[in-house]
Design a binder for this molecule. Structure first.
Ligand SMILES: Cc1ncc(COP(=O)(O)O)c(C=O)c1O
Length: 401
């Protein structure tokens, strides 16, 4: 493994600080490294492989579709993209879909669509976007400009203009950002950077009221919260808000690159031929996987199990906390769980992640004192239990570190 790790650092741009093992294979919610050591996966590729790694049903679909057709350009129509677009429209608020490859691209498409619609339908300079602090909208220039966090934007100026950022869940002062020039407000209904934080009812009510007053669109970023993660197909179903544009990606094709936006005909039709596009977006393999994923995940019985599994996590985590009093806060939305540590207990979250890896558990960092779990939505109950036992053992080993 050492040789591959050395070559990784020799030959790849150092954007990441990956774990100190090399993954050989993955199935369901389990992962094996080159030494055949087994890990329980509480990450699912950062909320992506919602139906588990190398899912048997999806393998069949990939195999069948790859024999028929891998790639076509968007200059030609193919059935898998039409089928998925129709399914997503029927199961959501939307009339129309645009497909791309990733979350970042879905944000670009949403902002372009909003600006085009409002500048052509209201006034030419109706192009300002309001975004919120502690949000995450990807790593494109637009994505980092929207999030406006120092660690994301440092070194990358000049950023796209026309963006105003306001503290998340804060109503005071929000209206002062709005004007007749506001094109859209973009938000995540569930943020993950400081634990799992949901948008307050009052905050949502205010956003809806201001968007209506100033003819601004509401863009909901569901790149991570969508596709069953929070216990409904999309998180907006649990909040009293209807998006004008919704961004999705991550879980839609269970790890095969696919993203997109959902919107109404009225807004979508402002994007005419040539105003946007993509080479790979909405390819036949990605869309045929997407169709099967949507079929499975949108079933009520499936979504119920997500909520049931969330309860298992919470029960066990609360029991760990009762014993060790180590967590400041446990927050969750479906199988998306944030665990904020008391820094008097564990001072180094990175060390806890390393210990967990050594003990055979994959977990994610949310920030300097918070761990995030986003397991597959089909993780077996006994793997939740085994994984949390490893987590507890790793916490005890990290005591005072
Ligand atoms: C809420 C949200 N929006 C956008 C993105 C960007 O997605 P991608 O990494 O696919 O470009 C992410 C990625 O983590 C995300 O969590």
């Amino acid at each position: 493994m050492k040789k591959i790790i050395n070559e990784y650092f020799n030959y790849t741009v150092p954007f990441y600080a990956p774990a100190e093992f090399v993954v050989k294979k993955a199935k369901g919610s389990l992962v094996w490294d080159e030494n055949n050591k087994r890990y329980i996966d509480f990450t699912a590729g950062i909320a992506v492989t919602n139906l588990g790694h190398s899912n048997n049903e999806l393998i069949k679909i990939v195999n069948a579709q790859s024999k028929k057709m891998w790639h076509l350009s968007n200059l030609y129509i193919h059935q898998p993209a039409v089928e998925l677009a129709k399914k997503l429209s029927k199961k959501t608020f939307a009339d129309k879909v645009f497909f791309c490859n990733s979350g970042g691209e879905s944000i670009e498409a949403a902002i372009k669509t909003a600006r085009k619609y409002t500048s052509e339908n209201f006034r030419k300079d109706k192009n300002e976007i309001i975004s919120f602090s502690t949000s995450f909208h990807g790593r494109t220039m637009m994505g980092i400009a929207l999030a406006k966090a120092k660690h994301l934007i440092d070194g990358f100026a000049p950023l796209p203009r026309g963006i105003k950022n306001h503290p998340y869940n804060e109503i005071e002062g929000l209206e002062s950002l709005f004007s007749e020039k506001t094109s859209a407000v973009i938000l995540e209904l569930v943020q993950w950077q400081s634990g799992i934080t949901k948008a307050d009812k009052k905050f949502i009510t205010k956003i809806k009221q201001l968007a209506k007053k100033y003819n601004a669109l509401i863009i909901i970023d569901e790149v991570q919260s969508g596709i069953g993660r929070t216990g409904t197909l999309f998180a907006y179903e649990q909040f009293a808000i209807k998006p004008d544009i919704l961004c999705f990606a991550k879980g839609i094709a269970n790890g095969f690159p696919l993203g997109g936006i959902l919107t109404s005909s009225k807004i979508g039709d402002s994007m005419n031929v040539g105003s946007h596009g993509t080479t790979f977006g909405g390819g036949p393999i990605a869309c045929s996987i997407g169709s099967a994923v949507v079929d499975t995940i949108s079933k009520k019985s499936f979504l119920k199990t997500v909520v049931r599994k969330e309860k298992i996590f919470l029960k066990r985590l609360n029991a760990i906390n009762l014993k060790h009093k180590c967590f400041k806060k446990i927050s969750s939305a479906g199988l998306w769980i944030g665990i904020e540590f008391d820094l008097n207990f564990i001072s180094n979250i990175d060390d806890l992640i390393k210990k967990s890896h050594e003990n055979g558990l994959m977990i994610l960092k949310a920030n300097i004192n918070t761990i995030r779990f986003s397991p597959s939505l089909i993780i077996e109950d006994d793997l939740i239990d085994k994984g949390l036992k490893i987590f507890e053992k790793s916490i005890i080993q990290s005591l005072g570190s």
